[in-house]
Write a protein that binds this ligand. Structure first.
Ligand SMILES: *Cc1c(COP(=O)(O)O)cnc(C)c1O
Length: 380
């Protein structure tokens, strides 16, 4: 039993009653509540359209497939991220090209993007990740890659609650892909969404998320619905259910409170950890970070991680670079895998500490003192 688990999910108090109501309503899969959640999330972001789907992984893959690029086209992506985006690129029959990161911020910069273009040639598209909740400027990175905004897919899995120039991350994007996975800032359990300013993309995604069936095929089992439909374009089974939607709506109302707590905890870590020997904090923007993750860089990660484990503190690593995972190393090939030295260097030092709304000050203090003890041998 861990004294401080790495993650504990929180659910808004009114979520469970809403789930029961859906179960008793006779309609549990994609329906009116999913549509209502899409509108609420769009309003929260200030985005023109939101299309909810099964996962962020599916959101990225559908967005890439909607670009209808020639098979084998190059798509830039960082490697210091979850494997979703690289997997989505490969599943969409496109070719991943890795972008390195800035060592201090852990995200790509116009310089690292330009370096990837010099190395591998002009890409057809790019996926950018708002790592840990760091708001990256997708427009700036698109310009560095020589791409229009309509060729940039944003992985905003870490983004809800974060701001870029005062606006929610992903609010003004061709394709901003969100995750509602259990550990994310807006947790439903599973779920995802694409936010877009493009009405045509939204309409295509609505069809593609349900096998490409023609518009409103989900209504075919409703009174007055028709069994007639067509499949105009190949899609995926990646729809979002009404059961997920009502949890999402309740969680969305609770999000400001949950974010406030994440910010408090991050500030407490910052104050307590500054100056500990052998520990560095990544650089953060002055504001707008969503505090999805609290990452530290450790000179001797293994020793510290073992000591935290012995003290009953859960930790994680974000991420093992995608190109270091067996299947991806094989798919990418040795040349691509050797192209991101900063990613390889930094990845050896990263450790993520517990950070979630349900974490108490007392539990966080246990993390801090165990870390201080592991680093300089003195309890603080
Ligand atoms: C969690 C995560 C995803 C995948 O989200 P799912 O909804 O589980 O598919 C994609 N990208 C990043 C950076 C993530 O952390």
């Amino acid at each position: 039993m861990l004294t401080v688990p790495y993650f504990v999910p929180s659910f808004a108090g009114d979520a469970s009653a809403a789930v029961l109501e859906v179960m008793e309503s006779g309609w549990v899969t994609t329906g009116p509540r999913a549509a209502a959640f899409e509108e609420e999330f769009a309003a929260y972001l200030g985005a023109a359209h939101v299309v909810a789907v099964s996962t962020c992984s599916a959101a990225i893959e559908l967005s890439l497939r909607a670009l209808a690029l020639p098979p084998g086209s190059a798509v830039l992506t960082p490697s210091l991220t979850f494997c979703s985006a690289v997997g989505a690129i490969i599943n969409a029959r496109l070719r991943p090209v890795l972008i390195d990161i800035d060592e201090h911020t852990l995200v790509p910069t116009p310089d690292t993007v330009a370096a990837a273009v010099r190395r591998a040639g002009k890409p057809a598209a790019m996926v950018v990740t708002h790592m840990a909740g760091y708001p990256v400027d997708a427009k700036e990175l698109a310009a560095a890659a020589g791409l229009p905004r309509e060729r940039v897919v944003e992985d905003v899995a870490h983004g809800p609650g974060g701001l870029l120039r005062g606006a929610p991350i992903g609010s003004d994007s061709y394709a901003a892909c969100f995750s509602f996975y259990a550990t994310k800032n807006l947790p439903i359990g599973e779920g995802g969404a694409v936010a877009t300013y493009d009405a045509e993309l939204a309409a295509r995604l609505r069809a593609m998320r349900l096998h490409g069936m023609t518009k409103d095929a989900w209504k075919r089992y409703l009174p007055g619905g028709s069994w007639r439909y067509d499949v105009a374009e190949l899609g995926m089974k990646a729809n979002f259910t009404d059961l997920q939607a009502v949890i999402g709506s309740a969680q969305l109302r609770a999000l400001p409170g949950m974010q406030a707590r994440r910010h408090e905890l991050a500030a407490r870590y910052d104050a307590a950890l500054a100056g500990l020997p052998g520990l560095r904090l990544p650089q953060r923007p002055a504001n707008g970070h969503s505090w999805h993750l609290y990452q530290v860089r450790l000179r001797d990660r293994t020793t510290v991680d073992v000591a935290l484990g012995e003290a009953g503190i859960g930790t994680s690593v974000h991420f093992i670079p995608v190109h270091q995972l067996t299947a991806y190393a094989k798919a990418l090939g040795p040349q691509e895998c050797a192209s991101v030295p900063a990613t390889d260097r930094v990845a050896e030092e990263l450790l993520s500490l517990p950070l979630y709304p349900a974490l108490s000050d007392e539990k966080q203090d246990l993390v801090i003192s165990a870390l201080a003890e592991a680093l300089d041998g003195r309890p603080c």
